[in-house]
Design a protein around this ligand. Structure first.
Ligand code: GDP
Ligand code: CA
Length: 310
């Protein structure tokens, strides 16, 4: 069994690759819920939805988020009424939020997501990191900002000073997450190329997760979200800079520290391999432009983690 830890876009790309090359019963994808929020009366889980839509092949690859073939009648009508439109909710996407919100009155997020993924034809397990609310707060020059205010409304413009994960101390890893961490047949943990600060940190920061990982003698392998000193998408590189860190593979490896047994970096950064101390380094083509590239990288990551097994 392979446990993949994922945020949204970058995480979903590698998760889709893993889902293509592994039998579905051998993969569990655990997803960040620190980005979740309540908006227009709806419970929104951006990273879970990105993973669901991507693994179902329903995602909009051009826009980079949401569903393909989306329409915006709801947003247009909202705008006419003077309602809030800074967070875009497409008409089809809206069904996900309305149905999730209704079901959360009597069911856990885990149960709802498990049912959604089955209905969308996804074979592997997908679990939220927790069923308890964890809310990322970005500490910026302009003060503390709820994650979606920072990320969507202010388009990551405020300078970052640090992060808080409100609620994390009393949040429990979800049953699906614990089952994967404790699975007798667990072979490896793959940290997808997601934003280390706001997508992976909340997952690893849940009480007991690092302790459980340390007890398991399975390789932990991260794929870097940084390529050639830049993020493929999103604020990861900007965050490294604003926190006073160089945007290098050494910084990404340093962020994860001794948690990692293996670290996968892009061909463009091959010369930084020698400067990384700690994890074994694998150089690969890590830019996932299409499904073939996702599957190819997934295969390489799995082969690499196989060589790290003692
Ligand atoms: P978000 O929650 O939607 O922001 O997505 P994630 O946190 O899962 O992923 C964001 C990170 O994915 C960014 O730092 C990107 O650099 C990285 N990323 C996106 N696409 C790719 C890719 O094809 N290859 C690699 N290596 N990283 C990627
Ligand atoms: Ca996210």
């Amino acid at each position: 069994m392979i446990l993949a830890l994922a945020g949204g876009v970058g995480g979903a790309k590698l998760a889709q690759g893993l889902a293509m090359v592994l039998p579905s019963e051998k993969l569990t994808v655990v997803v960040n819920t620190g980005d979740d929020f309540e908006h227009l009366g709806l419970s929104i889980s951006p990273d879970l939805d990105t993973v669901l839509y991507t693994l179902a092949g329903l995602n909009d690859t051009a826009r980079g988020w949401g569903l393909a073939g989306e329409t915006w009648a709801f947003m247009d009508a909202m705008e006419r009424l003077g309602g809030e439109t800074w967070f875009r909710l497409g008409d089809k996407d809206l069904a996900t939020h309305v149905e999730r919100t209704r079901r959360l009155k009597t069911e856990s997020l885990s149960t709802v997501i498990d049912d959604f993924r089955k209905r969308l034809g996804i074979g592997c397990r997908i679990a939220p990191m927790s069923d308890d609310p964890v809310r990322t707060v970005v500490q910026t020059q302009q003060g503390r900002l709820p994650f979606q205010d920072y990320f969507v409304r202010l388009q990551c413009a405020p300078e970052v000073r640090g992060f808080e994960f409100s609620g994390i101390a009393s949040a429990k890893p979800s049953a699906g997450f614990i089952a994967a961490l404790d699975a007798p047949d667990l072979e490896a943990v793959i940290i997808c190329p997601s934003n280390p600060f706001v997508s992976v940190s909340p997952i690893l920061g849940l009480p007991g997760v690092k302790e459980r990982l340390a007890k398991r003698k399975v390789p932990i392998v991260a794929v870097s979200p940084i390529i050639g000193g830049e993020a493929v998408k999103g604020p990861a590189a900007k965050m490294f800079k604003e926190l006073g860190l160089a945007v290098t593979q050494e910084s990404v490896a340093g962020f994860y520290g001794d948690l990692l047994d293996g670290f996968v970096i892009d061909e463009r950064d091959a010369n930084s391999a020698a400067r990384i101390t700690g994890p074994r380094v694998k150089v690969a083509q890590t830019l996932m432009r299409d499904t073939e590239a996702k599957a190819a990288l997934a295969r390489q990551v799995l082969d690499f983690s196989g060589t790290l097994r003692s």
